[in-house]
Design a protein around this ligand. Structure first.
Ligand code: GLN
Length: 488
């Protein structure tokens, strides 16, 4: 059962070949055994999960209708609000925060009859690329326990590949779904900005954040999109049905794209390791073999993406995180003598180092005298990057590039050098600045048996096509079926 995709499991449950309670018990057994090693979860919710599973089983036995994810054990990143358990964002400041409502995506999972088993570990407030910034624990890469799982949705990716759930949700502000998916050898989709509701997603960079699925197969990604995509009146940035209708992402998944035109950006790809570039070239060759045309393009402003992103994301974060003041939410200091000290000490005691760095950077970039030089300039660069994509998509259906310059790096390797860490986001950040969708799918292994990801980017609101392009590749390869030996 452990090797099944979410769809395969769902079909078995629906056919009465296995019960959801059995599947959920098996997941908790696996969690009991492996969680102390992998560290994928901040919290689990066995009671509510088993209750939901039993309820789904009962409905199936009675021949009643069930949802698209009926009985499937899934996990959500601990940055999405749930009324069960705490919602911590892996921060000490929210250690005991119990949300009064469910995020829209959580509601949607539950109405699709998914069984939510727990909340996954992450970098604090989603700030990071390795899950080393979690205020609670280190998640390790199931392929090699001395390496990071990527981040910030590292817990979700490790849980999916480690068999500690069948699918998970992550959030992606600058690569946090695609990069951990790439490092762990699973499928990660960042939808178009506005495609999935952010209501109940704790904000990091509000103009960049997007929720998406982390799954074992492309078809599972399409299934989760069927469940979570769509307009939400509670999120004014979610796009309405009239302007961008939601499709059935599974329906035509197996129909290949005729006359597919792929662009690659050779100069930009030079920044990646040789083995990563080789895996990319091999993947592109597979598409050529399927009849795709491949063109080379230039995207002159991509080199500035990191600089622009780390101004915009930190500026937005400094504003979003102002609400954690020891009064409204979370941790409050015991050592204050006046209210100013309540603010400063509560924040000083409970935010981690990286979060503090970013609040300071963002506050600086927004302060009078520097606003034009940094924030406004970054917004202009963002527009130029958007323009690069608009120009590119006039010539092609999609762009292929690496997910990351290297496979998973060692725990501790970059943590003392923020710039080095930020530079590892070079290939993922531009999609967030432009608001377009991007998917990471497994496309091979390096000499150390570490997964390598292929990233595919497409125009806004073309997820249906993007998933079909990804599916064309997955059907030709078996990388997605490989599992790390360490958790078997
Ligand atoms: N690594 C990037 C950052 O630290 C992206 C994180 C994310 O996508 N949440 O900001």
């Amino acid at each position: 059962m452990e090797n099944l995709s979410a769809i395969q499991l769902r079909d078995k449950i629906a056919a009465g070949r296995i019960s959801s309670v059995e599947a959920t018990e098996a997941i908790f057994k696996k969690i009991e055994q492996w969680e102390p090693v992998i560290g994928a979860y901040i919290s689990t919710c066995r009671d509510s999960a088993l209750k939901k599973a039993a309820e789904v089983d009962k409905r199936i036995t009675a021949g009643r209708n069930v949802g698209e994810l009926a009985g499937v054990p899934v996990a959500v990143k601990d940055v999405m609000c749930t009324t069960f358990g705490a919602t911590t964002c892996a921060s000490k400041i929210l250690e005991n925060f119990h949300a009064p409502y469910n995020a829209t995506v959580v509601e949607k999972l539950l109405s699709a009859d998914a069984v939510i088993v727990g909340k996954t570990n992450m970098d604090e407030f989603a700030m990071g690329s390795s899950t080393e910034n979690s205020g609670f624990k280190q998640t390790v890469n199931p392929w090699d326990h001395s390496r990071v799982p990527g981040g910030s949705s590292g817990g979700s990716a490790a849980a999916v590949v480690g068999g500690l759930c069948f699918a998970a949700l992550g959030s992606d502000t600058g690569g946090s779904i695609r990069q951990p998916a790439g490092f762990c050898g699973v499928v990660g989709l960042k939808p178009t900005y506005g495609r999935v509701s952010r209501f109940g997603l704790v904000a990091y960079g509000s103009s960049l954040d997007q929720i998406g699925p982390i799954t074992r197969t492309v078809a599972d990604s399409a299934l989760l999109m069927n469940v979570i995509a769509g307009h939400d009146p509670a999120d004014s940035t979610s796009v309405d049905q009239a302007n961008a209708p939601v499709c059935n992402y599974l329906e035509k998944l197996d129909e290949p794209i005729e006359n597919l035109k792929i662009a690659i950006v050779p100069e930009f790809n030079q920044g990646a390791d040789e083995q990563v570039r080789k895996a990319l070239a091999d993947a592109v060759d597979i598409y050529k073999g399927l009849g795709a045309e491949v063109i080379e393009i230039n995207m002159p402003h991509l080199d500035y993406a990191i600089a622009a992103y780390y101004v915009i994301a930190t500026a937005e974060a400094s504003s979003n995180l102002a609400r954690y003041d020891g009064v409204h939410y979370g941790h409050r200091t015991d050592n204050a003598t006046d209210y100013i000290e309540v603010y400063s000490k509560s924040r000083a005691e409970a935010f981690g180092k990286e979060v503090k760095i970013r609040i300071m950077l963002g506050t600086y970039a927004l302060s009078s005298g520097y606003y034009d030089a940094y924030y406004l300039k970054a917004l202009k660069v963002r527009n130029l990057i958007r323009g690069d994509f608009t120009d590119a998509f006039e010539k092609c259906d999609c762009i292929m590039m690496p997910v990351s310059p290297t496979p998973a790096f060692k725990i501790g390797e970059k943590i003392d050098d923020p710039l080095k860490m930020y530079l590892s986001d070079i290939y993922t950040i531009a999609a967030n600045l432009a608001g377009i969708p991007g998917i990471s799918i497994p496309c091979g292994f390096d000499d150390n048996v570490l997964p390598i990801g292929l990233q595919i980017l497409s125009p806004a609101f073309t997820e249906e096509k993007l998933l079909r392009i990804a599916q064309m590749y997955e059907k030709q390869t078996d990388w997605h079926t490989k599992q790390p030996a360490v958790t078997n």
